[in-house]
Design a protein around this ligand. Structure first.
Ligand code: PHE
Length: 451
């Protein structure tokens, strides 16, 4: 396969960093904390961890193994295994098509905050209503989204190897150090509100970590499970063809066992630390009432944290937004890369042409999403009871509907049609035993698809 030869990863580290670069992004730092906060803290984390270790692991392994074994993009991979199941590959394509439309909008928001801190105006961003005013402006969010999208497109235009691999190598460790630092600082916060109530960061940490079962109803619990599941897909970048494409770039001698465990560990750790950075501070400044803010949570709470840091605040704030901007780029690059690589195959056009077409498509869709907060504003109640705008609708359709459906179909496909042994053999290619196969994949007999 031409694309594979041109853009193969240089080794295990290159693959892990690029896959982690795709996985770690605004999902970990923006989405995970707001879902934890909205769903009441500790219980969400518990459910999420169980899902990562079971579901998440199996799905990530499956995607990467399918990619490496077939050497194809999702679009063709399923078709090449069992022609009748080719539709599943086509279905996965819908997810990045949808996610791309709003990922660059959030990338634009982050870019805007990086600029605000760069121009020394971080203090203003801490004011109540600042974020809402920004997204309600019909021009500014579109401008920042456009810059974010153009940079993403340029990186994709140059190809996975050069763009993503180099990027992740430097960004990830720095990002980790910064969020650990801010998380530790958040724990030291203390604030007395107008009614004289004092709240501390440690109390906030307890809200974040300790599961509360009081008042829990079955429907509330099911909502938490669905939210955790949607977050899992989004965060690990599974069930959307992306990890299949990445798998197709991996050399046969790479130890997939180890690489997958590393990706999973890194992605989950960043999400957990990001939660420890945001939830205690939200609790300190706005109490339990402020936790249900949804997508605006990070943008409203963190500037307040930076403002409370005194002279160090503007610098830490700038560093934070620049680093998360890089993390967002590595993810958006992976989304666009999948779209471009698939379209190159489907339409038999080159990378240059397809990058342009996908960039144009994303631009039009993202403008509509931006206008969902002003010109096209309306309130829509989603099936989980959350009231949202266009961005929330796109997010809900891709993460809470399409991805669970694709995962379910993939589970049937691997579990009953192809049989898990097909995956296990691919994981054991390099001679290392697949240790988690017993708990994760019921051992099945070898079947006709083994080559
Ligand atoms: N996993 C990325 C994140 O957490 C987002 C993403 C979604 C990347 C889908 C690729 C595909 O931000």
């Amino acid at each position: 396969m031409e694309v594979k030869k041109k853009h193969g990863f240089t080794g295990s580290i290159g693959f892990v960093l690029a896959a982690a670069g795709s996985a770690v992004g605004v999902g970990n730092i923006w989405r995970f904390p707001y879902l934890v906060a909205r769903d009441g803290g500790g219980l969400f984390i518990l459910v999420y961890l169980v899902l990562v270790l079971t579901f998440g692991f199996v799905l990530l392994t499956t995607d990467i193994a399918i990619g490496r074994k077939t050497g194809k993009n999702a679009w063709d991979a399923f078709q090449s295994i069992v022609p009748k199941w080719g539709f599943l590959g086509k279905l996965t394509f819908l997810v990045p098509t949808l996610i791309m439309t709003y990922y660059c909008v959030i990338g634009g928001w982050i870019l805007k905050y990086a600029f605000v801190f760069l121009s020394g105006q971080g203090q203003i961003a801490a004011n109540d209503g600042y974020f809402t005013q920004f997204i309600q402006n019909p021009i500014s969010p579109i401008f920042f989204m456009l810059v974010f999208l153009i940079i993403t497109s340029i990186i994709v235009y140059k190809g996975v190897e050069k763009g993503v691999e180099k990027f992740s190598r430097y960004v990830m460790p720095i990002l980790l150090v910064i969020i650990v630092g801010i998380a530790l600082y958040s724990l030291t916060l203390s604030y007395t509100d107008a009614s004289g109530v004092t709240r501390t960061g440690i109390q906030g940490l307890a809200v974040y970590l300790i599961p509360q079962f009081e008042g829990l109803t079955i429907s509330k619990f099911l909502n938490i499970v669905l939210d955790a599941m949607s977050q899992l897909f989004f965060s690990l970048s599974v069930s959307m063809g992306i990890m299949i494409t990445y798998g197709s770039y991996v050399k046969k001698d790479v130890n997939l066992n180890k690489s997958i465990a590393q990706i999973e560990f890194f992605d989950t750790s960043v999400a957990l630390i990001a939660g420890a950075m945001i939830i205690p501070s939200v609790f300190v400044f706005t109490g339990i009432d402020g936790m249900a803010q949804g997508p605006s949570l990070m943008f409203v709470s963190l500037p307040k944290v930076f403002a409370s840091m005194g002279i160090a605040g503007p610098i830490v704030g700038l560093l934070f937004f620049v680093m998360i901007l890089f993390a967002a780029f590595t993810s958006s690059v992976s989304i666009m890369e999948t779209l471009v690589a698939n379209c190159m195959n489907i339409f038999d056009k080159n990378r240059k042409q397809m990058s342009l077409v996908i960039c144009l498509y994303s631009l039009v869709a993202a403008i509509i999403i931006c206008l969902g907060y002003n010109v096209f504003y309306f309130e829509c109640t989603l099936p989980n009871g959350v009231v949202g705008q266009l961005l929330d609708i796109a997010d809900y359709i891709s993460n809470s509907f399409l991805m669970p459906l694709i995962s379910f179909l993939t589970a049937i496909f691997i579990g009953y049609i192809v049989k898990p042994q097909w995956i296990i053999e691919e994981i054991e290619q390099d001679g290392v035993k697949f240790k988690r196969k017993k708990s994760s994949f019921p051992p099945k007999r070898v079947n006709e698809f083994n080559k």
